[in-house]
Design a protein around this ligand. Structure first.
Ligand code: HEC
Length: 161
């Protein structure tokens, strides 16, 4: 009894479809490779983008803050922040070293009760927004690298001599 030869299996997919699918797989694979390479490159540059954006914002804040300072603070603290009759020197290495941005924001926002330093934040009846106060603080902070040593900054102009 001779066995019947097995009938040849028909290919699962017709040849034209297989070729077409192969092409899609190849394109898909290439696309994935592009993503795999592009993502770390983007990750590498992203902190720089953020740093650039932050530096630009700081620079803008210093400009806006300087204008606000001239109009609202200079009359007491002095044009160059060297202090006034009773207003402390703000351009002082010691003051800037001892005072964080957050502390400065609250002093400016809330003021010093019982002194000429009034509350500047709108939330406390002042004329400035929190954003403007942050601009002022960024401006005052920008003195730090060149601020002269004035340990008696609270004495204002008298200390600055
Ligand atoms: C009318 C005068 C006057 C004006 C205007 C004024 N200040 Fe003052 N400021 C003072 C006096 C006085 C003090 C000291 C208060 C105290 O501690 O007795 C002071 C204190 C401060 C302090 C705290 C300094 C320290 O020794 O800790 C900061 C910061 C400050 N002012 C920032 C500002 C800014 C920013 C502006 C503008 C929005 C401003 N001041 C406007 C009079 C003024």
């Amino acid at each position: 009894m001779a066995k019947d030869p097995k009938p040849a299996l028909k290919p699962f997919e017709p040849e034209w479809l297989e070729r077409s699918l192969d092409r899609y797989y190849t394109v898909g694979l290439l696309f994935m490779l592009v993503l795999i390479v592009a993502f770390p490159l983007y990750k590498l540059s992203e902190p720089n983008l953020r740093k650039d954006a932050k530096a630009e914002q700081q620079a803008n804040y210093v400009v806006y803050g300087a204008e606000l300072y001239k109009n609202t603070c200079a009359q007491c603290h002095g044009e160059k922040a060297a202090g006034g009759g009773s207003a402390p020197t703000l351009n002082s290495k010691e003051f800037l070293g001892a005072t964080s941005d957050g502390q400065m924001q609250s002093i400016i926002g809330v003021g010093v009760p019982g002194s000429d330093m009034s509350a500047w934040n709108m939330d406390f009846g002042g004329a400035l927004t929190s954003e403007q106060i942050r601009e002022l603080v960024t401006y005052i902070r920008s003195f730090e690298p060149t601020a002269p040593s004035i340990p008696d900054w609270r004495k204002g102009a008298k200390a600055a001599g």
